[in-house]
Design a protein around this ligand. Structure first.
Ligand SMILES: Cc1cc2nc3c(=O)[nH]c(=O)nc-3n(C[C@H](O)[C@H](O)[C@H](O)COP(=O)(O)O)c2cc1C
Length: 375
């Protein structure tokens, strides 16, 4: 039990001390109020999962126009700070670092969710998804405002007692939309070349760091999450991402988090290349930033494997929905009782909010690995 690599402590370069190397992945719980206020259901859900090294919350929108889902957390106004404070405190109850994930959905939302408003993006190009709405192009003044919004959101996270913020630059949302040649067709300083497509994410990192320098403690953690490839044409290719990673590694960040369905994934676009994407990224990072890897890690051996391959943290998503006591069971030598299937009848006991239960039973049904039940 004790020889698991992931049970080793970790200290970031800024001094932040983490009790183990298991991280809970950011996962939208769809359980916030209609306006983005935290609910008690969410607080209980996070409290039950404390004990891992860090818990990254479901994503929170930094401005009203950036809301991507119903039931999403908001950090767009100071009035959300008291509720967020309760989330941070629940996460920290058994020593986990509390990280607030912040974003804008950009074009990956719709006018229903935005109560009649048109979604915005880098350019007026709809996503290649069924029923995707065409967004409007952000003006330069609006881009500056959004950068400031990310800074304000970081300040609110600090005031709410979070230990860090993760900038959600993955999964096709706004930060990624600026980096992607599919969604960014601009020819001003925010687009046009690969370097200019990096300008918005880099400005957001700078602004978040400014807020931390002004309001945060020295060991406040700033992470960046990205998706390494897109399949759209044109779209982000791994070669573009490796250039971006090289630049990110020299930014005032504390970690990089690569979002994929499997931590062992190889290129989606170049099937002849058998090198794992995380290995390519680790080579470019060359120790400049710690790497968080995610994707289908469920068993203790898989978490160890991810770390043995060079990652600093193993991130678990769906498995920690199914098994809130994962780390406790490892620590107490009770690994055999770890749940790898979700029992529909246990979802209340596992403190899974009711609205989240519904979405797990429908849109995420296949992905969740439900226990077959006779009914
Ligand atoms: C229900 C659900 C909600 C998610 N919400 C978010 C989110 O808010 N932010 C994010 O970056 N990723 C989100 N993801 C992706 C996860 O963070 C993770 O990358 C993915 O589930 C793969 O990890 P796993 O195989 O351990 O589940 C979500 C995934 C699920 C299943």
């Amino acid at each position: 039990m004790t020889d698991h690599e992931f049970l080793k402590e970790y200290t970031f370069a800024n001094g932040a001390h983490v009790q183990n190397r298991i991280v809970m992945a950011p996962m939208t719980t769809k359980a916030s109020f209609y306006d983005g206020q935290v609910t008690n259901d969410e607080i209980n859900y996070y409290r039950m999962r404390s004990g891992v090294g860090m818990i990254i919350t479901g994503t929170a929108n930094v401005d009203d126009g950036g809301k991507g889902f119903e039931g999403e957390l908001s950090v767009a106004d100071d009035r959300f700070i008291p509720g967020l404070r309760q989330v941070a405190s629940a996460i920290k109850s058994k020593g986990s670092k509390a990280i607030l994930q912040i974003f804008s959905a950009g074009r990956m939302t719709n006018s229903k969710i935005l109560r009649g408003k048109q979604p915005y993006s880098a350019s007026a190009v709809a996503a290649l998804r069924p029923e995707a709405e065409e967004p409007r192009e952000l003006t330069e003044a609006e881009i500056e405002q959004l950068i400031a919004d990310f800074g304000q959101a970081t300040r609110r996270a600090i005031e709410a007692g979070f230990d860090g913020v993760e900038l959600h630059g993955a999964n096709t949302y706004l930060l990624q939309q600026f980096f992607s040649p599919h969604s960014n067709r601009r020819d001003d300083k925010w687009g046009g070349s690969l370097e200019k497509r990096m300008a918005f994410p880099l400005a957001v990192i700078k602004e978040a760091r400014k807020a931390i320098d002004q309001f945060g403690k020295d060991d406040f953690i700033l992470g960046y999450r990205l998706s390494p490839e897109e399949i759209e044409e044109p779209g982000i290719r791994i070669e573009d991402t490796l250039k971006f990673v090289d630049v990110l590694a020299d930014q005032p960040l504390d970690y990089l988090h690569v979002s994929m369905g499997s931590y062992k994934r190889t290129s989606l676009n170049n099937k002849d290349d058998h090198e794992m994407l995380n290995q390519k990224i680790l080579k470019i990072l060359a120790g400049r930033l710690p790497l968080l890897v995610v994707g289908s890690i469920a068993r203790p051996e898989e978490a160890d494997d991810a770390l043995n391959q060079g990652a600093s943290f193993a991130v678990l998503g769906r498995e920690l929905i199914r098994e809130p006591q994962w780390i406790d069971k490892v620590l107490s030598g009770d690994e055999d009782s770890i749940r790898y299937q979700l029992d529909k009848n246990e979802m209340d006991e596992l403190a899974i909010p009711r609205g989240f239960q519904t979405s797990l039973l429908t849109e995420f049904k296949k992905a969740m690995n439900f226990k077959p039940i006779a009914d």
